[in-house]
Ligand binder design. Structure first.
Ligand code: C5P
Length: 208
């Protein structure tokens, strides 16, 4: 059976980097599902609509095309917050669910990372990882990444962003951020990227 690896976790937990490395290591296609929500938010903004406009967001989700995922604006800091706002709309989640499940159902298997992959999108995944780290450490890492990208912001503002986004993602009623009951929780607060990768590989190799 093709292997599906589901990776969830809060903002800036390092799950994206880990997902990319695992996908390369095991030769699996990778989908960063956060990009889908970011692309829906950007489509709504570009159309001049309000992020609270549920009909506009649902329309953007059901007509989303893959080309949108390459837009560099999706990675901007404000887009994470915008994505979190539209991601609590059930019709948006429903439209993107089919998209993600098609990707995961391919013959070659897949790695998907997000917030609800192990719980909702791929409840049958052979491997489920929930990647977490202390909020202060996640803020420090995001700060470094933004500086490298030439998008400076204060550490305090980034921490506040992260805490607010996690709270909204964990409290929404549809597909909230939470570890699946059968997920392996990996706390990377004291691990560097290579150590986190080795720990995740050990989990995958045990499940194969
Ligand atoms: O992972 P990333 O920071 O790009 O996600 C942006 C936002 O998209 C998250 O804060 C969350 O609200 C939403 N999201 C989601 N479910 C996913 C992936 C992302 O609700 N599977």
């Amino acid at each position: 059976m093709p292997m599906v690896i589901a990776i969830d976790g809060p903002a800036a937990s390092g799950k994206g980097t880990l997902a990319k490395r695992l996908a390369a290591h095991y030769g699996l296609p990778h989908l960063d599902t956060g990009l889908l929500y970011r692309a829906v938010a950007l489509t709504v903004i570009d159309a001049g609509c309000n992020l609270d406009d549920h009909a506009a967001a649902a329309r953007a989700a059901s007509t989303l095309i893959v080309d949108r995922l390459a837009d560099p604006r999706l990675r901007e800091r404000a887009m994470g917050d915008a994505a979190s706002r539209i991601s609590s709309i059930p019709a948006v989640r429903a439209a993107l669910l089919a998209w993600q499940q098609r990707f995961a159902g391919g013959a070659s298997g897949a790695v998907l990372d997000g917030r609800d992959i192990g719980t909702v999108v791929c409840p049958q995944a052979q491997v489920k990882l929930f990647i977490t780290a202390a909020a202060e450490e996640r803020a420090r890492r995001r700060h470094l990444e933004l500086m490298r990208r030439g998008e400076p912001a204060s550490l305090g503002a980034i921490l506040a962003d992260i805490v607010a986004r996690d709270a909204r993602d964990a409290q929404r009623s549809t597909a909230p951020l939470k570890a699946a009951a059968d997920a392996v929780v990996l706390d990377t607060t004291d691990l560097d990227a290579d150590e986190a990768f080795a720990a995740a590989r050990a989990v995958v190799d045990r499940a194969r």
